[in-house]
Write a protein that binds this ligand. Structure first.
Ligand code: NAP
Length: 340
């Protein structure tokens, strides 16, 4: 199969490093023709782009766990799509794949870091969420970093988001008492009524410390933190002896113009012989297969459900869709499905 000669790749590139919330000046919209792949390469038509809070960090200069996106580069993004032209024996036309394809409508690849997925098993959006990066983050963060034991008490912040809702569901599978922290009554109701959380706390209402104490009177064994700031402090304050704080992310701090604020209650780690440990899911790449197999089994059994918040639009809608994460507009995994 050959590509139509007028096939156009629409792209979003980083135009300037933002200070605070990224506005339209942070982005350039470009387009260029798509060529036939060279020997050993293939072209993917991207249908789903993953929106991740980490993207905000990738826009900054400086040392991190991954190199920054350079000014002028296509914005880095996880994505899913179908191979439409191929000179690679292991990646035939028609195969669905996920990979770090970027914010664009077509990507060329040699197959490194690309995962073949079966679109018959789950929608492609799920391979960016529960069976993709965010599900894997929940799995390794909870079971490895959090060293979760059956029946423990778990509190998760950002609970109605992609990572958070998976964390809560996985902890329920292990027979834990699960308390979610999320923004707004609707999300809290969803966590309890639909996902089976034992309790949910709306952090926009009242005193989080008091609410955690009421929901977990004997304290917290694992606090899985996606949010940072005051919510992290509240979690630290309620740790049990030997508790673990899983430092997954700090979305409340990503757009802070005056720099990030650290926790005040860190001495709780000493008092409770507890630990707080950060992790990066990419370090578990050699074990992704085992985790996906186990989670796909739970999905098939109905013990785990995938919640994909799919926004339909074009590649050009990426900048505003990204901001939905920071406005708390998503429930579950936020994915941009490309209509063009
Ligand atoms: P997400 O939770 O689906 O979306 C972000 C959510 O954060 C929003 O829906 C919003 O929910 C909440 N939020 C936004 N601003 C907030 C604020 N100021 N205070 C409190 N909550 C706020 O995103 P995700 O992809 O699952 O990522 C969750 C976290 O995991 C992020 O911190 C991300 O960086 C981290 N992460 C880490 C790794 C790793 O390897 N360590 C990998 C993936 C993701 P509400 O409506 O509830 O406010």
């Amino acid at each position: 199969m050959t590509l139509a000669p007028d096939t156009v790749n629409h792209q979003v590139r980083l135009a300037a490093r933002p200070s605070g919330t990224p506005g339209p000046e942070s982005w350039d919209h470009t387009s260029e023709p798509v060529g036939e792949p060279a020997d050993g390469r293939f072209v993917v038509h991207i249908s789903h782009i993953s929106l991740d809070p980490a993207m905000r960090g990738w826009m900054n200069a400086g040392r991190s766990y991954i190199a920054p996106v350079e000014i002028g580069d296509v914005m880095r993004a996880g994505a899913a799509g179908e191979i439409v032209a191929s000179q690679h024996p292991d990646f035939p036309v028609g195969q669905h794949v996920t990979g770090t394809f970027g914010v664009q409508s077509y990507a060329e690849s040699d197959g490194r870091g690309v995962v073949r997925v079966d679109a018959g098993v789950a929608p492609l959006s799920t391979f960016l969420g529960t069976l993709g990066m965010t599900g894997l983050t929940a799995y390794f963060g909870l079971f490895d970093v959090g060293a979760l034991k059956d029946g423990e008490t778990v509190v998760v912040s950002g609970a109605a988001g992609a990572v958070g809702n998976a964390v809560g569901q996985l902890a329920k599978i292990k027979g834990c008492r699960v308390i979610g922290i999320a923004g707004g009554p609707q999300k809290c109701k969803w966590l309890v009524d639909e996902l089976g959380f034992d309790a949910a706390i709306d952090y926009r209402e009242g005193n989080i410390n008091k609410s955690i104490r009421a929901a977990a009177p004997d304290g917290v064994d694992v606090f899985f933190d996606n949010v940072g700031g005051e919510i992290l402090d509240a979690g630290l304050a309620r740790l049990r002896r030997g508790g673990r704080v899983v430092l997954c992310g700090a979305i409340s701090q990503y757009n802070a113009e005056g720099g990030m604020t650290g926790p005040a209650n860190y001495m709780s780690l000493l008092v409770n012989r507890a630990r707080m440990e950060g992790f990066v899911v990419f370090d578990y790449a050699s074990r992704y297969g085992e985790a996906v197999t186990e989670m796909a089994g739970w999905l098939a059994e109905g013990r785990l459900t995938s919640h994909d918040h799919v926004v339909r639009g074009s590649v050009a809608d990426f900048p505003d869709t990204l901001l939905q994460l920071f406005r708390g507009e998503n429930t579950g995994k936020l994915v941009l499905q490309i209509a063009d």
